[in-house]
Design a protein around this ligand. Structure first.
Ligand SMILES: Nc1nc2c(c(=O)[nH]1)N[C@H]1C(S)=C(S)[C@@H](COP(=O)(O)O)O[C@H]1N2
Ligand SMILES: [Mo]
Length: 190
């Protein structure tokens, strides 16, 4: 590995070319005709977007690295979708909001600070490597939060709840770190 590549690998991680699949439970079957995405909580304008409405929003592309708490990292992954910041504008997030709870199919949740969500590289991603997400990787939509371990990127995303007080999500309640910053090796514990 050259020095430039090595600098991109957080402590305790190894590089893989593969794209491992990791989740709790089964892969949900999703029907786009009945699918929706809800945005609620500390916002002026709660949203319920159909698939067509979501697809009509302005789109962005992000090329960056991902890091899983199980120690694999993958460089230069390419994602497309709608910027988190577009959702912030549309929903009119209130000053009191401090955190975002990601809600996925089958009850999976994960929490991030609003400041982490409000970053140019955070996407509501429906496309990986130029193609629609595979069912295993979150079809039709996942959140993509590259500056945190990958459990903070909820697959099969169905809702974003803006809250005025933090609330641990699924893995956070099982002892994963609340923040999950790979550069600080925040794997377990608070
Ligand atoms: N809905 C949902 N999203 C999830 C999970 C899950 O169990 N359910 N697991 C997380 C974990 S622990 C990881 S490491 C990544 C894995 O994403 P991948 O399967 O696309 O590599 O998804 C995250 N998102
Ligand atoms: Mo994970």
């Amino acid at each position: 590995m050259d020095a430039d590549t090595a600098r991109r690998v957080p402590p305790g991680q190894y590089l893989t070319e593969k794209f491992p699949v990791l989740h709790y439970g089964t892969v949900p079957r999703v029907d786009l005709a009945t699918w929706d995405l809800r945005v609620w909580g500390e916002v002026d304008a709660p949203l319920t977007l159909t698939w067509d409405q979501f697809r009509a929003l302005p789109r962005e592309r992000v090329l960056t690295d991902i890091h899983c708490v199980t120690r694999w990292s993958k460089l230069d992954t390419e994602w497309e979708g709608v910027a988190a910041r577009t959702i912030l504008e549309l929903a009119g997030v209130r000053p009191g909001a401090t955190h975002v709870i990601e809600h996925a199919e089958q009850g999976y949740t994960t929490n991030i600070p609003l400041a982490v969500f409000d970053d140019a590289d955070v996407l509501l991603a429906d496309t990986y490597d130029g193609r629609p997400l595979e069912p295993d990787h979150g079809y039709p939509l996942r959140l993509f939060v590259p500056k945190r371990y990958f459990w903070k990127s909820a697959k099969w995303l169905r809702g974003l709840e803006f809250v005025a007080a933090d609330r641990p999500g699924f893995w956070e309640r099982y002892g994963y770190h609340n923040d999950g910053d790979p550069w600080k090796e925040e794997r377990f514990g608070d």
